[in-house]
Each structure stands twice: as structure tokens, then as C-alpha cells.
Ligand binder design. Structure first.
Ligand SMILES: Nc1ncnc2c1ncn2[C@@H]1O[C@H](COP(=O)(O)OP(=O)(O)OP(=O)(O)O)[C@@H](O)[C@H]1O
Ligand SMILES: [Mg+2]
Length: 164
């Protein structure tokens, strides 16, 4: 294995909500059972927007914004999507009480918003996606892959992004 076959980070700039959703669609198409995507970024960065795209890419038709008190929801597509939002949880005990291990061991795709709040309880191998603001409609998406599965996934994502 030479170093250029390993892709551990990737940065993409999006200039609209739609472009961020499209990156999500690519991720949803590439996703495999047990994939874990950790989303990090300020309020309004675009974590849910990216998740919506992932849902579409998984073939989920009935995406709807969830009420803010919903912490975990499951949507059925080509694979189940477990959409977790840790925003309202501040104690590690509350996060550990969610029993996220059950979702990690199920054959679905886990997408976790505000993942930084529970990092020590989340799988060490994951795709970390950090979204930051560049301008009102512009975002930087930084992907960091930990584990061979996610290096491969990033390659796939890069191929898709280059085909735009
Ligand atoms: N390039 C872009 N990518 C993503 N969202 C964008 C972009 N430009 C503008 N937006 C807008 O930014 C907002 C992102 O909201 P979203 O709910 O996805 O953020 P979030 O990170 O999930 O926030 P929260 O922490 O509250 O859950 C939306 O209103 C979206 O339309
Ligand atoms: Mg959100």
C-alpha cells in the first residue's frame, strides 16, 4: 500500500444549500451498513442539510425536518438511517443512556450531529465531517477518515465531487 492510495482528508467548498445536499447524496449512495458519519460545526453550519442529502442518497423519500426535541430517529431507505442529534445533551451520562451501541451494531448508517459532545462514546473508526462558514451561503466541508473503510469511502466521494 503506497501513501497515495490512502486518502485521509478531503476539503470541499459548497456555495449553496443545494450543493451541500448534493455532497450528502453522494455519501448516501456510497454508504455501507455500519457506516458512521460524525458531523461537527456551529449552529446553522449545515449538518442537517448534509444529512438530508444523505437520506436522499439512501433512497429515503419522506425526509422531513424533525422537531428539535427528537434526539434519535430512524428512517428507512436502501439501508436504515439512524439520525442522531446530540445538541440538547450536555452530560456524558445522558449520551451513554441513549444506548447508541445498538445503532452502531445494527446494519444501518449512523449520522451524528454535534458529535464532539460524545466523542469518547462514539466509534473510533469513522468519517468526521467538519463544516465551517466561509460566507452566508458558502461552507467548507472538511472530511477526515479514520479506518480503511473510510479512506475508501473518501476516494469514492472525491471521484463523485470531481465529476461535478
Ligand atoms: N452552502 C451551504 N451549505 C449548507 N447550508 C447552507 C449553505 N448556504 C446556506 N445554507 C443554509 O444554512 C442553514 C443550515 O442549517 P442546518 O439546519 O443544516 O444547520 P445545522 O448545522 O444542522 O444547525 P444546528 O446546529 O442548529 O442543527 C440552512 O438554512 C441552509 O439553507
Ligand atoms: Mg441540525
Amino acid at each position: 500500500v503506497t501513501s497515495d492510495t490512502i486518502l485521509s482528508t478531503l476539503q470541499l467548498i459548497t456555495r449553496s444549500t443545494k450543493q451541500t445536499q448534493q455532497i450528502g447524496v453522494y455519501l448516501g449512495r456510497l454508504a455501507l451498513p455500519k457506516d458512521v458519519f460524525l458531523l461537527v460545526g456551529q449552529l446553522g453550519a449545515g449538518k442537517t442539510c448534509l444529512t438530508q442529502g444523505i437520506a436522499w442518497g439512501l433512497g429515503i423519500k419522506d425526509w422531513a425536518a424533525s422537531p428539535s426535541f427528537v434526539i434519535i430517529r430512524e428512517l428507512q431507505g436502501r439501508l436504515p438511517l439512524f439520525h442522531v442529534d446530540l445538541y440538547r445533551l450536555d452530560q456524558m451520562a445522558e449520551i451513554s443512556d441513549l444506548g447508541l451501541e445498538d445503532y452502531f451494531s445494527a446494519k444501518g448508517v449512523c449520522v451524528i450531529e454535534w458529535a464532539e459532545k460524545g466523542l469518547s462514546l462514539l466509534p473510533a473508526e469513522n468519517l468526521l465531517i467538519n463544516i465551517s462558514f466561509l460566507a452566508p451561503d458558502e461552507r467548507k466541508l472538511k472530511f477526515t477518515a479514520t479506518g480503511s473503510r473510510y479512506h475508501l469511502l473518501l476516494k469514492g466521494l472525491k471521484n463523485y465531487a470531481n465529476s461535478d
